[in-house]
Design a protein around this ligand. Sequence first.
Ligand code: BGC
Length: 460
Amino acid sequence: MAMTMSCGDTTVHPEVDRILSLFQVSKEQLHLVMHRLREEMERGLSRNTYQEASVRMLPTFIRSLPAGKVNGSFLALDLGGTNFRVLLVRFGSACEDAEHMVSESYRIPHKLMQASGQQLFDYIVDCIIKFLSNRNIKEPPPLGFTFSFPYQQTGLDQGILLNWTKGFDIPDCVGKDVVQLLREAIQRRQCALQEFDLDVAVIINDTVGTLMSCAYEDPKCEIGLIVGTGTNMCYMEQMRNIDKLDGDDGFMCINADWGAFGDSARRPLQDIKNEFDELADKRSQHPGQQTFEKMISGLLLGTIVQHILLKLKEKGVIFSGIKQHRLDHHGLFETKYLSVIESDTDDLLNVKSILEKFDLSSGIEDRRLVQKVCEAVTQRAARLCAAGLATVLEKMREAQQQDHMMTVGVEGSLYRLHPHFSRILEDTVKDLAPQCQVSFRHSKDGSGRGAAVVAAMNRC
Ligand code: BGC
């Protein structure tokens, strides 16, 4: 058994030091990440190199932010994780100003995430039918579809799926237009819809929804960020910088799909990635893919912590004497535990009860160490995410050649629910991009509501 430096204090064991230091990323390293991400973004925008870029910089065909009020009623669908949402949003007219929104969430059964496209889209349409009939809606309004996976657009109502992420794996949809798949499912259910015309007006990514929803309230909002199960960012880019598209005038919203940063043969995150990232990735749904996302988002942070605790146990640093436990059941350590663990104080009794789920009885030193491990993993995640955001802020500042206030619209469970993630992210952005004046706006329901905003803009 390895020697501890001071009896009872597991946090000064050399193996603990070694592991925690693997998760410390210095400011210099973050600047390197920024530099490499910037290169990859430029590659994604260039006509000659976009096909080999890991950061795909996907054009959205949205050319402006919502200017002023929109009105009318719109349906919005939000598909991007374990829950599927249907929303009905009514934007007020000039005389009737208040906005009204009702929504319902439907759980996507795990087996549907790996079933066939037909099964998934039939289920989605069944949920829409349920939503409409519960409200006795006979003439559904135009529909905006938030689809939070990488897809290529050539117009506002078409999206060719490039690959699945976040636990979804339905090969027969890849390479197909998901709007068309939705329309076909609507056709198949036409008798249940009783000839209702369900018109899919636009497809957007959740970052775009977040941006549009926030920009509707704050015209300085030009960036949308998601940090939940997955992570991604979109921003308004000048057409003259989007070499792969014709035309130089005005702007277009670009969906960076930055989760795949690090996947290219150049391996730009190899010096940050460590043995625990490798272990977590190896047994994930799409090994070798979404490198940046797996280091930042809720998808794998819990699993990374789980692998560290297993290593510390193997080295005899933690949970000594326990033989039977469930810590080695892959994927059981959910990222939401990090929020509870890092919020706990004093005797760390919440940490204790989480560990009991794994049949681990713990002393206070064990619990302190678990908390420290979670803090290190969260800290690296938030700092890497900040490096990503600072990269785009700097790029936009350079293009504008003047300092101006920018707002980042943010949504996602990690940003919203974790006790420290948002603060570390925001402080690090200010440290890495000191010349950018940035403020953050949390968007509630933005990813879905944004689809209604874009559908409304498109109708005007
Ligand atoms: C997807 C993005 C999405 C992000 C956040 C990623 O896995 O590739 O398109 O925006 O998750 O939901």
